[in-house]
Ligand binder design. Structure first.
Ligand code: LFR
Length: 473
């Protein structure tokens, strides 16, 4: 029986989990949870990364003796180090507006089709490439010698070792997925020095022991995991068949399939599907659906805190009264989301929700429609076939959304585990330490044997959902 610690940073909270693993046992306990509150200063939205680091240290101390610890977080965001290794300013939040208009400028230079052919990445204003294009020319950037993505920055502070874990590197739009190497030619074309980007490392690689200054005598080593949270979440999908789609459902809904090769067609680019690197050389072929962010932001505006009561009230509202396209970029920045939803419904000639319950219903219905559309397109664009949809992450707790997704997709939904990301993080560490063996299928078999899922059968009204999907266009 070996013990591991998983550090999992989410957009609104972080947690440190302790796990016990052997060939037929796999337990996970939360030992520390802390808020992640972005800070707006000087007109820019930042991550408070030192506060996060302090909480991580507290959590790792609370985890006790572990063979290793691994860190994952959201993607794309980074810190810059100067020549002495000091952090140059707080990392900027991917929802900051500094990249407004930047994708057009960069694509005029490099060509959207060429970018997609090399990197396979979706077009999102927050891609690291676009963030860097906007940062270039600032005094801070002039001093930068090393770029570290957020989990790599935490790992660097813990160990003193710099590196770039590949699953997260694949979200930068500066990574060549076919060669699983940095795309140095793209970097040069946009005026970025390839020397800024540290050597790549695969999930499972031992990074090193914690530095004395971290005072973590109970942690033997820090191990590289699928440091993009979505990559760890996909490892944590307890599928028994290769014919599955996943929805990693939290702040975002990441909806897609697992492939062995990227899909780089023009149709795929225009559909804005992304090819991100997965653990063991897999490709996460998926779409970013706006996710429960819509509800989180609405609740913030309403000053409402009881999500269960709100979703229960939404379940009593009429179905499919007002659907809107959740993937409209208007919903990306923080702000008055209910007002934006009302405007979207009005524009589409649909009834405008008036109560929090009706808005919540509209969000759930619209997310289910977007899940349906993404599952359908993922299959069409990749030439795969899906028999079941797995929902993992916090959204697996939302019975209404799980049922609506089953109905909308016309497929059974298997919901859980809620902590798929931390479980996927631990599985990669456990394999590296020899506590579990085998490939992704073997790791998922252990997950199935030790974690419950809830099954939702489709209601058989797929036609109504097809019509609802047509209303998004
Ligand atoms: C989910 C996630 C998504 C990524 C978004 C921004 O937490 O990592 O996969 O597109 O956050 O980093």
């Amino acid at each position: 029986m070996k013990r591991f610690a998983a550090v999992d940073l989410g957009a609104s909270s972080g947690r440190v989990m302790r796990s016990l693993v052997d060939a037929d046992r796999f337990e996970l306990t939360e030992v520390h949870r802390f808020p992640n509150e972005p800070v707006r200063v000087g007109g820019t939205l930042h991550w408070d990364v030192l506060a996060l680091y302090r909480e991580i240290l507290t959590g790792l101390r609370a985890a006790g003796e572990v063979t290793s610890a691994g860190v994952d977080s959201w993607a794309v965001d980074y810190g810059l180090l100067d020549a002495s290794g000091a952090l140059l300013g707080n990392p900027v939040h991917y929802r900051d507006s500094r990249t407004d208009g930047v994708p057009d400028r960069v694509e005029a230079l490099v060509g959207a089709d060429r970018l997609y052919a090399t990197t396979g990445l979706q077009r999102q204003p927050f891609n690291t490439l676009f963030q860097l294009a906007s940062a270039r020319g600032t005094p801070q950037f002039a001093l930068a010698r090393t770029l570290l993505l957020v989990p790599d920055l935490i790992t660097y502070w813990l160990t003193g070792v710099t590196g770039a874990e590949v699953t997260n590197a694949s979200t930068t739009q500066l990574f060549d997925l076919n060669r699983r190497a940095w795309a140095a030619d793209v970097m040069r074309e946009v005026g970025l020095d390839p020397a800024l980007f540290p050597p790549l490392r695969e999930p499972g690689a031992v990074v090193g022991p914690p530095l004395p200054e971290a005072s973590l005598s109970t942690v033997d080593a820090v191990v590289s995991v699928g440091s993009h949270d979505t990559a760890s979440a996909v490892v944590g999908v307890p599928t028994s068949t290769p014919n599955f789609a996943y929805v990693s459902c939290g702040t975002w809904s990441l909806v897609g399939v697992e492939l062995s090769n990227p899909v780089l067609t023009e149709a795929s680019r225009l559909a804005n599907f992304t090819n991100e690197g997965g653990v063991d050389g897999t490709v996460r072929y998926l779409r970013n659906v706006m996710g429960l962010w819509l509800l989180q932001e609405s609740m913030r505006v309403w000053d409402e805190h009881d999500v269960s009561a709100l979703v229960a009230a939404a379940a009593r509202e009429p179905a499919l009264a007002a659907v809107f396209d959740p993937d409209d970029p208007v919903f990306l920045p923080p702000g008055d989301t209910p007002a934006r939803i009302a405007a979207a419904c009005a524009r589409a000639g649909q009834p405008v929700p008036t109560t929090p319950a009706a808005f919540t219903r509209s969000i759930m219905d619209s997310l289910a429609v977007a899940h349906r559309r993404a599952v359908r397109e993922a299959q069409e664009l990749s030439g795969t076939h899906v028999d079941v949809v797995h929902i993992v992450g916090g959204g697996a707790r939302n019975a209404l959304l799980c049922q609506l997704t089953a109905d909308a997709c016309g497929l059974p939904v298997l919901a859980g585990p809620v902590e798929a990301t931390a479980l996927g993080n631990v599985l990669v560490q456990a394999r590296s330490a020899g506590a579990v063996g085998g490939d992704l299928a073997a790791m998922r078999a252990l997950l199935r044997a030790t974690h419950e899922v809830v099954r939702y059968e489709p209601a058989g009204n797929a036609r109504e959902w097809a019509l609802a999907e047509a209303r998004l266009r």
